[in-house]
Design a binder for this molecule. Structure first.
Ligand SMILES: CC(=O)N[C@H]1[C@@H](OP(=O)(O)OP(=O)(O)OC[C@H]2O[C@@H](n3ccc(=O)[nH]c3=O)[C@H](O)[C@@H]2O)O[C@H](CO)[C@@H](O)[C@@H]1O
Ligand SMILES: C=C(OP(=O)(O)O)C(=O)O
Length: 441
């Protein structure tokens, strides 16, 4: 178990390159099993979730190697459609394998997935969608068995534009008989990336990026080489970090079009942003302005995955700001930690009221989930004194060595190992003299 130790108060300055998108890479790695043979996937970041996905692929019989930022996959040895429960529970994205395994084997056994505790995160829309394509689904406690002798195209209307359900259905439908139309589909850029990857393998899909996706099933997919899009949430995190520390930072290898809502919100807060092709410069010299209302909603609106980070900026803005979180009911766990650093925040239902304070103070805080952890790191960079962020395995799920990237921008941040605590048992708690007496007795 590691922790991050941050000495705050230094403006970030310099240039860094943004790594590939976790949320694009994970479904694409899952989709690759639909084509037997060798794939090369580039711009894949070295994240905990990616490691888990590669371990699942290995457990299913594939060969998978991650060298630098390239993943080499050989799907010709894939021989199982049963995801081990222990691996399934390590992240939410293990559910992405359901559609592809069903398409390839006609059956799949999975378990309820794990992942960050940010809400209930049901999988009913995934299961309903697969059922509409002809799958028969049985649930035995935690175990889900899904079978389909034939997958047949269907008209599917999602009750909510779920990112994961849209992706799972797209993948299964890519090899179904006939045409599938997904209405009220999610429109995130990662869905367009998945469409591009599937089409590169020979699928026939149009419409990703809009609310209606049409998939004409094909009989066979072929392996391919593909490059993952840049991570818009990592880019957004660094944009906020630059602004909060009143720094001047240039981000390379980003896709500004994927960050429209974020750029708009930061500009409203008084942050200067310059865009040049795939480069974004963030410059902030003064105290941020308050933001009356930020509402997290499906893309292209402001992303829930940047809600905790933007909240840090608002803790230091002049006046009262309001955030409304509409995607995950449990995504305000960073609030208590920020309060311990001096922030003034009140939460009422899904709204957070943030009254800006002149400064935050260093404290020992705990990352409760991935983006909450990133927010605490940003708060530590801006705070007076030392901040220690614990439970950083959550942060490692989505940021490739965050401390390394921030150090390159002049931050004082280091990763330190936390010594393993001795398990507290009655025996461990007894002083040696009493232990000896007991043994003799
Ligand atoms: C790996 C990945 O891409 N993760 C992203 C993906 O997660 P994920 O795909 O899990 O998010 P969804 O869009 O599916 O979830 C959004 C909302 O729908 C609900 N829901 C979802 C599915 C379902 O079957 N039933 C149901 O009720 C969820 O509980 C949540 O309240 O989109 C989220 C919303 O942008 C992001 O925060 C995550 O970073
Ligand atoms: C919630 C997130 O991811 P996941 O869906 O993988 O838990 C995230 O990336 O912020």
């Amino acid at each position: 178990m590691d922790k991050l130790v941050i000495e705050g108060g230094r403006p970030l300055s310099g240039t860094i390159r943004i790594h590939g998108a976790k949320n694009a890479a994970l479904p694409i790695l899952a989709a690759s099993i639909m084509a037997g043979g060798k794939h090369t996937i580039e711009n894949v970041p070295d994240l905990l979730d990616i490691r888990v996905m590669l371990n699942i692929l290995r457990a299913l019989g594939c060969r998978a190697e991650h060298k630098g930022e390239t993943v080499f996959l050989d799907m010709s040895t894939l021989d199982s459609s049963h995801i081990p429960e222990a691996l399934m529970k390590q992240m939410r994205s293990s559910i992405f394998l359901m559609g592809p395994l069903l398409a390839r084997f006609g059956e799949v056994q999975v378990y309820q997935p794990g992942g960050c505790a940010i809400g209930e995160r049901k999988i009913n829309l995934h299961l309903d969608g697969l059922q509409q394509l002809g799958a028969e689904i049985r649930e035995y406690g935690n175990t889900i068995v899904c079978k389909a002798t034939r997958l047949i195209g269907a008209e599917i209307m999602l009750d909510f534009p779920s990112v994961g359900a849209t992706e799972n259905i797209m993948m299964a439908a890519a090899m179904a008989e006939g045409i599938t139309t997904i209405h009220n589909a999610a429109r995130e850029p990662e869905i367009q990336d998945l469409q591009n990857f599937l089409n590169r393998m020979g699928a026939n899909i149009i419409g990703a990026g809009t609310s209606t996706i049409t998939i004409e099933g094909v009989k066979k997919l072929i392996p391919c080489a593909y490059r993952i899009i840049p991570d818009r949430i990592v880019a957004g995190t660094f944009m906020v970090a630059a602004a909060v520390t009143r720094g001047n930072v240039t981000l390379e290898h980003v896709c500004p079009a994927h960050l429209t809502s974020v750029i708009h919100v930061l500009r409203r807060a008084g942050v200067q942003i310059h865009i040049d092709d795939d480069i974004i410069n963030i410059n902030c010299r003064s105290r941020p302005k308050r933001l009356e209302r930020i509402v997290t909603s499906p893309y292209p609106a402001f992303p829930t995955d940047l809600q905790s980070q933007i909240m840090v900026l608002l803790t230091l803005a002049e006046g009262l700001s309001v955030i409304k979180e509409t995607i995950f009911e449990g995504r305000y766990k960073h609030v208590d930690e920020l309060t311990r650093m001096g922030a003034d925040i009140r939460v009422d239902m899904n709204s957070a009221f943030i009254r800006g304070v002149p400064r935050l103070y260093g404290a020992t805080v705990e990352a409760t989930d991935l983006r909450a952890g990133a927010a605490l790191v940003i708060a530590g960079l801006a705070a007076h004194g030392t901040t220690i962020v614990e439970q950083i395995h959550h942060i490692d799920r989505g940021y490739d060595r965050i401390e390394f990237m921030l150090s390159r921008l002049g931050a004082s941040i280091s990763r330190q190992a936390v010594p393993m605590r001795k398990k507290l048992t009655l025996e461990n708690a007894l002083p040696p003299i009493i232990k000896q007496t007991l043994i003799e007795y």
